[in-house]
Ligand binder design. Structure first.
Ligand SMILES: Cc1cc2nc3c(=O)[nH]c(=O)nc-3n(C[C@H](O)[C@H](O)[C@H](O)COP(=O)(O)OP(=O)(O)OC[C@H]3O[C@@H](n4cnc5c(N)ncnc54)[C@H](O)[C@@H]3O)c2cc1C
Length: 454
């Protein structure tokens, strides 16, 4: 069987690996000249102009930078590496991309941490053993409910669950983590069942981790395995998927048509019709797909020349009440894993810190809104490192309106990997795989294999 995978992001590469393992012949087509998609790491080999173009291609822009981006890319960035924006992987060792890599015999090194909280004072870890003992019976009751019970909770909003269970620290926990898990601030849109599925899946490992060598090392690990095992990565844009008699039979690249037994697209689901003619799909399916909504964020990179050793390697969350965003409160995170020299992201004696605050895609595009979100992030950074501005060499604030392909909310149902067109599948973070972001992208490869085995 010959398979064509469109896109060499985490989902495309994980799918290609599992297909190769099952004996498929696999060609991956990637329109960019690098692999990784949104899981991309850049360094000083990239010019200012290339950086701006890259951001545009991934639905991003940089509303603020100090000094200017030209100056940062003109030399200040030397020795640093950074991703497209803030990146942490939920679930440490149990995260889907790491599990798939491990099944291929590849050990991805990570730096894992627990999570602290920036409130009136800074608590690390946020939940003490005593807190856990007090809260665990209720949380465990939910986590280990029968599968049917959790499924029934899928249509119950987190807002309703908080009204029922949320008291004291349990309330704050339920206000924080579902938002971090989904990258959505509006608790009335977050599904309780979905949150507990994600929690259940990732239990027993570090809550968050960062891959040593940069986020892109995940894609690089996958792509070298793919190439060693006979898969081809072809850097060409797919123009069209050929669909005949209700089934996909190949693709068009440049002026050439190529035949395949199955075609797998890892484009954001909403972009499917940029390469597949809509008339081949039932109207209802097409309308649903086109109207799916992603998630947004304002990120920050702070490059510091001094660091409090106590913060190194740790991650901290914050909640800003009445932030004027959808969902009223804005939740965000400040992370010191890439400040750790073991990550390979900061040069010796320098410390890169990454942060993000959740917002909707629409808010991420609005200059006034991101201005107020920047103030919030800077305020919490100042609570961790008072007067950090004096220790800062430069900072960049990337804003993204397509962080997760499709927001995992009650009103925005993620589609399955199989489509109404035979032999045509979609993978990636827009599908109904487990978790969000990189976890969802990688786990969609498992769903694909399960579907093909059917
Ligand atoms: C700023 C930012 C911060 C994020 N933070 C986090 C985080 O902290 N934690 C987390 O888990 N996730 C995070 N994410 C999300 C995570 O990066 C994505 O979920 C994941 O990388 C998506 O992988 P994918 O393979 O599904 O899609 P993509 O990475 O988008 O891959 C799709 C690929 O298809 C290629 N392509 C598109 N069209 C064509 C064509 N016609 N022909 C050939 N190739 C084509 C693209 O170039 C791309 O390489 C973040 C994303 C961003 C942008």
């Amino acid at each position: 069987m010959k398979a064509c995978v469109i896109g060499a992001g985490v989902a495309g590469l994980a799918s290609a690996s599992l297909l190769l393992k099952e004996g498929y012949e696999v060609d991956i087509y990637e329109k960019e000249d690098m692999v990784g998609g949104r899981a991309l790491t850049i360094d000083n080999s990239i010019s200012y102009g290339d950086y701006i173009n890259l951001l545009k291609r991934f639905d991003m822009y940089v509303p603020f930078a100090e000094p200017s981006l030209e100056e940062i890319f003109g030399g200040l960035i030397g020795g640093y590496k950074m991703d497209l924006g803030f990146h942490l992987i939920g679930g440490g060792e149990n995260a889907a991309p790491l599990r798939i890599l491990s099944s291929l015999g590849i050990k991805q090194e990570i730096i894992g941490s627990r999570i602290g909280f920036i409130g009136k004072k800074v608590d690390y870890p946020y939940l003490s053993t005593l807190d856990k003992m007090k809260m665990l019976p209720r949380i465990l009751q939910l986590l280990f409910s029968r599968k049917e019970t959790i499924r029934a909770l899928e249509s119950v909003s987190m807002e309703e669950t908080i009204k029922k269970y949320g008291k004291g620290k349990m309330k704050l926990t339920l206000e924080l983590f579902p938002r971090l898990i989904t990258t959505v601030n509006d608790l009335s849109r977050i599904s309780t069942g979905e949150t507990f599925w994600a929690q259940r899946e990732l239990m027993g490992s570090h809550p968050v981790s960062y891959p040593v060598g940069g986020l892109n090392s995940i894609a690089k690990n996958f792509s070298s395995w793919v190439e060693k095992n006979g898969g081809k990565i072809i850097h060409q844009k797919v123009e069209k998927i050929i669909i005949e008699g209700g089934a996909a039979s190949g693709i068009k690249v440049g002026n050439e048509e190529k035949e395949y037994d199955i075609v797998i697209s890892s484009l954001p689901a909403q972009d499917t019709f940029s390469i597949a003619s809509e008339k081949n799909f039932p109207e209802e399916w097409a309308e649903k797909i086109k109207n799916l909504e992603g998630t947004g964020s304002l990120c920050a990179y702070y490059a510091l020349n001094e660091m409090d050793e106590n913060l190194m390697g740790k991650a901290f969350v914050f909640i800003e009440r009445n932030a004027g965003v959808e969902g009223n409160d804005a939740v965000g995170m400040i992370d010191f894993k890439i400040a750790d020299s073991a990550s390979g992201m900061s040069p010796s004696g320098k410390y890169l810190v990454q942060a993000y605050v959740i917002c909707t895609p629409e808010e991420a595009r609005r200059r006034k809104k991101v201005e107020s979100l920047r103030e919030i992030m800077d305020k919490y950074m100042g609570k961790l490192i008072p007067g950090y501005e004096k220790k800062m060499d430069w900072c960049i604030y990337p804003s993204i309106w397509h962080l997760d392909g499709v927001a995992k909310t009650i009103d925005n149902e993620k589609p399955p990997v199989s489509t109404p067109v035979r032999n045509f599948f979609i993978v990636g973070d827009s599908t109904n795989a487990k978790g969000v972001g990189i976890n969802c992208a990688a786990d969609s490869a498992n769903l694909l294999m399960a579907e093909l085995k059917k």
